[in-house]
Design a protein around this ligand. Structure first.
Ligand code: PEP
Ligand code: MN
Length: 367
């Protein structure tokens, strides 16, 4: 059972103390407290864990600091959408607002290679009105002899250039908890010219110790990729690990599934699962058409396959798209064959705008 307290209630207040004492007196119930920083208000949520069947919702709702009570019906206690719950995870990070109701583009380099390409990429984003990007510094590679990313060595110029071009959020994969510290130290040293969304890749979706470490920190929001070979339920449970450690600023990313039937796509595109993730949980949903499709082939209608898939995701309600671009895809050190070029960026943005508008019209039709 989830007990949501009145916004901004102080722990020193009489109402809070009376409520807490009553909850503590319930037999066979353990309490777990979470503080959630929403936009403009601080929420306190208390989870009642144990035998809650005998606890009366009316009795708890009558306590002085309680706003409402939710009986939790399934596994995703914090991120899940429960019986009488509407709305979504909704937060602002470094001036950018994330929820299930809006849409952002994170176009950028799969892997950082050199300052020149980082600068060209970021400049193009600024010229096209973008404030978010993706930049890979720590790359999880199948082959140990492949380029593994520049690691912490590239962070200073990536963050400085991001600041220079007005980028507010850089999605950056971490594969070890030490990377969080490296990113944090570097940003701090530079005076925080930009922000970072910590990305957990598909190969680490069930790396529980990494999930716990990323969940324990509350400085950075998290982008969690769906595991490529596990069930949706298992991947959503992985997201819940982050929240159970205290960080509920989590965005869930669909990036295609590995099957024997995905070819000629790199992975089986799974964007039709967007409404399912939104129904089961309150997380904003991201799509990664680059790692799903994996090529820069054009359809006979003149549209890139990557854009057809992007559009399919947006028209089904995606809240974010993570997409690979590169100033010179042939020179890219990782995933060049799926990268779009900088002169394709304006059309990419316009295509996503058209798709988002179509989604909004579809929703209005069914209201
Ligand atoms: C990436 O986004 O760079 C990446 C490695 O993706 P995934 O974890 O989905 O393979
Ligand atoms: Mn990649």
């Amino acid at each position: 059972m989830l007990v949501i307290l009145n916004p901004n209630v102080e722990e020193e207040s009489e109402n809070y103390k009376r409520t807490w004492e009553h909850l503590q007196s319930l037999s066979e119930i353990r309490l777990q407290k979470h503080k959630v920083q929403g936009r403009g208000q601080r929420l306190t949520e208390i989870y009642l864990i144990g035998n809650t069947a005998a606890v009366s919702m009316e009795e708890i709702e009558a306590l002085p600091a309680v706003e409402r009570v939710i009986r939790i019906s399934h596994d995703f206690r914090i991120l899940g959408r429960h019986s009488n719950e509407s709305g979504s995870i909704d937060f602002e990070y470094n001036g950018v607002h994330f929820s299930q109701d809006n849409f952002h583009i994170f176009a950028g380099l799969c892997a950082v290679d050199n300052p020149g390409n980082v600068e060209k990429m970021l400049q193009a984003l600024q010229e096209n009105g973008q404030v978010c990007t993706r930049m890979g510094a720590y790359k999880p590679r199948t082959n140990p002899y492949s380029f593994q990313g520049h690691g912490k060595g590239c962070l200073p110029y990536v963050f400085e250039l991001a600041g220079k071009y007005g980028i507010k959020v850089v999605a950056m994969e971490v594969t070890h908890e030490l990377h969080i510290e490296e990113i944090d130290n570097c940003l701090e040293k530079l005076g925080r010219p930009t922000g970072v969304m910590l990305q957990i890749g598909t190969r680490n979706t069930q790396n529980f110790e990494l999930l716990k470490a990323v969940g324990r920190q509350h400085t950075y929001p998290v982008l969690l990729k769906r595991g490529f070979g596990i069930s949706l339920n298992e991947s959503l449970n992985a997201a819940e690990y982050l929240a159970s450690e205290g960080n509920n600023q989590v965005i869930f990313c669909l990036r295609g599934m590995k099957t024997t039937f995905n070819a000629p796509h790199r992975n089986m595109v799974d964007f039709s699962h967007i409404p399912i993730v939104k129904r089961l949980t309150r997380m904003p949903v991201c799509i990664d058409p680059s790692h799903s499709v994996g090529t820069r082939e054009f359809s006979p209608d003149g549209v890139l396959d990557v854009l057809h898939s992007t559009s399919q995701g947006i028209i089904a309600g995606a809240n974010m798209v993570l997409v690979d671009f590169h100033p010179a895809p042939l020179e890219a050190l990782v995933d060049g064959p799926q990268a779009l070029t900088l002169d394709e960026l304006p059309k990419f943005i316009e295509d996503t705008r058209i798709s988002r508008e179509a989604y909004e019209k579809r929703v209005a039709l069914w209201e």
